[in-house]
Design a protein around this ligand. Structure first.
Ligand code: SAM
Length: 217
């Protein structure tokens, strides 16, 4: 077993101890090489349970947060999932490894291109788009799951509209210092919300995010 494989399995055990139960999620984390998604300067820290800087002042999310959000989505093989905030591409790779059909949007061209190249190289079939994810990706809607990996000032309505009946939207909502993870389930025209406090993400910037709705990051 290589050093990174060993560290990856240790991370899986740590996430299990921290309460992640979904074996599909744990299996995917045990397979995706996070060391290829972090900035080369941080390769030695790839399997610490911490967010790390990538380019454009953005971050690759903490593994626990990736696992938590993915578990809450309750998706699996052949589920159609939209991610807002491709960043490094790691979260998209986890979903693809689980057999989901993944669509992901990133607003920074450089990150979009880098992630697309790496996902292709690793053989993950993920549809990528450079643009404002706060308006979703209507062409392929509805989605069984929508995951937002940046902090929203409020829930963008287009994302609620693009959710399939029975689908789930997992999104951090709050101010720029702290957010609650909202897990929103659609039942017809009704939406129920569960909230888990205590997350911190980089801002979701766009028409229905920071800047777009009378607020500045
Ligand atoms: N999921 C990523 C990963 O696995 O590496 C981590 C994402 S990082 C915490 C949040 C990302 O959301 C950043 O790359 C940022 O540029 C992007 N972002 C912010 N606002 C966005 C928007 N309106 N549309 C698309 N991406 C956005």
């Amino acid at each position: 077993m290589t050093r990174f494989e060993h560290e990856r399995q240790q991370l899986v055990e740590l996430l299990r101890r921290k309460g992640i139960r979904d074996e599909q999620v744990l299996r995917a984390i045990g397979k995706v090489p996070r060391e290829l998604f972090v900035h080369p300067a941080h390769v030695n820290r790839a399997y610490e349970d911490t967010a790390l800087p990538i380019s454009q002042g953005q971050t690759i999310s903490q593994p626990y947060t990736v696992a938590f959000q993915t578990e809450k989505l309750q998706v699996g093989k052949d589920s159609k999932v939209l991610e807002i905030g491709t960043g490094s591409g790691y979260q998209a790779a986890i979903l693809a490894e689980m057999g989901c059909r993944v669509f992901t949007i990133e607003r920074h061209m450089e990150l979009h291109l880098q992630a697309r190249k790496l996902l292709e190289k690793l053989g993950y079939r993920v549809a990528t788009l450079c643009g404002d994810g706060t308006i979703g990706w209507s062409e392929f809607a509805p989605y069984d799951g929508i995951i937002v990996t940046a902090a929203a000032p409020e829930v963008p309505k287009p994302l609620l509209d693009q959710l399939a009946d029975g689908g789930r939207l997992v999104i951090p909502v709050g101010n720029l210092d702290t957010q609650a993870m909202q897990i929103i389930t659609r039942k017809g025209s009704e939406y129920s919300v569960e909230e888990v406090l205590g997350f911190k993400f980089v801002p979701l910037i766009g028409k229905k995010g920071w800047n777009g709705i009378n607020s500045t990051p």
